[in-house]
Design a protein around this ligand. Structure first.
Ligand SMILES: NC(=O)CCC(=O)C(=O)O
Length: 267
């Protein structure tokens, strides 16, 4: 399979509509790929909290329209990163869209773990409740967004639901880049799955982005890694390697599920 990770730069001086058109052009240039992935909140910027209200869109708003057309135009599965969704009841969500090569929406995932502790996204947005997987012809995607990367139990849930390729769309800051690289590899090794982690470039509301999108195989090897600036990272990977790795080194079979609520001995 060939995947293209579009590490788009978010420049506050670029109008959102222009960036949307630019993202669509970048997707159009990926014809021939099986899967194209964009990062978290690239229309507005993951840390541009003061713009969330103004830039919120309904599920089928401009980002949905432009990305559906881009997927169909290029004939690719498109993980369109995430955008600020305003639900019918007015609640905002950090929502990821996935489109088929025909431009049909295959999935929508609302970010489960909101970042910011007592501010920003954590107080401005609702939390998703559902794990989401998407069956492609040769692999099943498990969807996660940025801060989700820190929660291994979520990824194990995705694997239990059949995910073999874990896609993390992020707007990860440069100052915690070491965590990004480490956690992407950890999620791949512990789940014996591919991890496609796509970040953004540029500066979101003064927060320098890490870039360094990365693709890790089920053995924890880094297959490809981007630099800090805008670029498209293209990688070929073999989905069959997930089953092969799980068979050759069957650690997932050694899970002690009965200990999910372990007895505690205190002395
Ligand atoms: N947008 C995010 O979720 C940022 C996450 C982050 O900065 C971190 O986990 O560190």
């Amino acid at each position: 399979m060939r995947a293209s990770l579009i590490q788009i730069a978010v420049d506050p001086d670029e109008p959102v509509d222009s960036r949307r058109e630019r993202a669509a052009s970048l997707v159009a240039a990926q014809r021939g790929a099986d899967l194209v992935v964009l990062p978290e909140l690239w229309p507005v910027g993951a840390f541009a909290y003061t713009s969330f209200e103004d830039q919120a869109e309904p599920l089928t708003g401009p980002t949905h329209t432009v990305m559906a057309e881009a997927a169909a135009g290029a004939g690719v599965w498109l993980h369109a990163g995430s955008f600020v969704e305003r639900a019918d009841d007015g609640v905002l969500y950090n929502t990821t869209l996935v489109f088929t090569p025909e431009g049909e929406r295959a999935a929508a995932y609302r970010k489960i773990h909101r970042f910011g502790f007592d501010q920003g996204e954590a107080v401005m947005m609702g939390a998703g409740e559902d794990l989401v997987t998407v069956a492609l012809p040769r692999t099943t995607l498990g969807l996660a967004t940025c801060y989700d990367l820190r929660f291994p139990e979520m990824f194990r849930g995705l694997v239990d639901a059949g995910a073999e390729t874990l896609v993390v769309a992020a707007g990860w800051p440069e100052r915690r880049r070491a965590h990004w690289s480490l956690l992407a590899r950890a999620r791949a090794v512990e789940n014996q799955a591919y991890v496609l982690a796509v970040g953004s470039a540029g500066t979101h509301a003064g927060v320098q982005q890490a870039g360094h999108s990365v693709v890790v195989d089920p053995w924890g090897e880094v297959l490809a890694e981007a630099g800090a600036d805008e670029e498209v990272l293209t990688v070929e990977f073999d989905p069959a390697k997930v089953a092969a790795t799980r068979e050759q080194f069957p650690a997932l079979k050694d899970r002690r599920l009965g200990l999910a609520a372990p007895r505690i001995q205190q002395t």
